[in-house]
Design a protein around this ligand. Structure first.
Ligand SMILES: NC(=O)c1ccc[n+]([C@@H]2O[C@H](COP(=O)([O-])OP(=O)(O)OC[C@H]3O[C@@H](n4cnc5c(N)ncnc54)[C@H](OP(=O)(O)O)[C@@H]3O)[C@@H](O)[C@H]2O)c1
Length: 247
């Protein structure tokens, strides 16, 4: 899908240091967008931002609101603000409802839900100031559409993302805004996600070895499709699984 209409525009991608976010950031930079890449691991961002294209590295912990607001301030100072926001950063912990650690539940809620809301508010303000167009894309999950066993809280954060996608769409409609909002909901994608989730390398490797799972680039191409769709087309949620994934 061509990103020609977005050439020279500014995208902010959260969670750009790894996996899906990194692939999205690279896809957008290859499509001619300026890309602000946000994550905690600064050295990974520096390496990414040394590649082809126009880049801005934004080292930031999304759990720290002041740091997130500073990141948006840097984009405004350097490039005038954000036209495209990809809320991709997120994590899962294996933290069942009957035995999980509160701190793990809190981290999932703060990164997957609260930081996504703060980033969305800031980006929409930029888009409105810059002429009223723009696109907000949430990287959700198939776990926004059914609840895998043992993942009740992770799934709850993604059900929240599903609600926040529709909630934002309705607010923008009420305001008569041309800004679009979309979600993409992947099944299994081979990234660092499973290593964080299981905290056990063998279990993580097993997650991705049962059948051919999605690559991060598959999701990045879906994001390019969402962005490249004509102005009158708003894709609300793009569900994508590995062909062999049963649930
Ligand atoms: N992999 C899958 O099977 C799958 C399936 C469906 C949906 N998803 C969703 O896809 C998104 C990306 O995950 P992934 O699979 O690419 O996992 P990943 O490889 O672990 O990447 C997660 C990204 O989020 C960032 N991040 C996490 N906590 C952060 C924090 N406090 N502050 C700033 N950045 C933070 C990480 O950067 P730093 O560690 O450098 O901060 C990293 O760049 C997530 O929303 C996930 O829920 C994944």
């Amino acid at each position: 899908m061509s990103l020609e209409r977005w050439r020279g525009k500014v995208a902010l991608v959260t969670g750009a240091s790894s996996g899906i976010g990194r692939a999205i950031a690279e896809r957008l930079a290859a499509g001619g967008l300026k890309v602000a890449a946000l994550a905690r691991r600064a050295e990974r961002l520096d390496e990414l931002c040394a590649g082809e294209g126009e880049w801005l590295a934004l080292p930031c912990d999304l759990r720290d609101e002041a740091s997130l607001l500073d990141a948006f301030a840097r984009v405004r100072a350097e490039w005038g603000g954000v036209d495209v926001l990809v809320n991709n950063a997120g994590l899962g912990h294996k933290a069942p409802l009957t035995s999980g650690a509160t701190e793990h539940w809190r981290e999932m809620l703060e990164v997957n839900v609260l930081a996504l809301c703060v980033a969305t508010r800031e980006a929409v303000a930029d888009m409105q100031r810059r002429g009223g167009t723009g696109h907000v894309i949430h990287v959700s999950s198939m776990s926004a559409h059914r609840v895998p066993g043992g993942s009740g809280v992770y799934s709850a954060t993604k059900y929240a993302v599903r609600s926040l996608t529709e909630g934002l769409r309705l607010e923008l409609r009420e305001q008569g805004s041309p800004i679009r909002v979309s979600a993409v909901s992947p099944g299994f994608v081979e990234t660092e996600f499973a290593a964080h989730y299981h905290r056990d390398p063998a279990a993580a490797a097993e997650t991705y070895s049962r059948y051919k799972v999605l690559d991060s680039e598959d999701v990045a191409e879906a994001v390019a499709y969402l962005l490249g769709a004509p102005d009158h087309v708003q894709v609300h949620d793009l569900l994508m699984r590995p062909t062999e994934q049963p649930s």
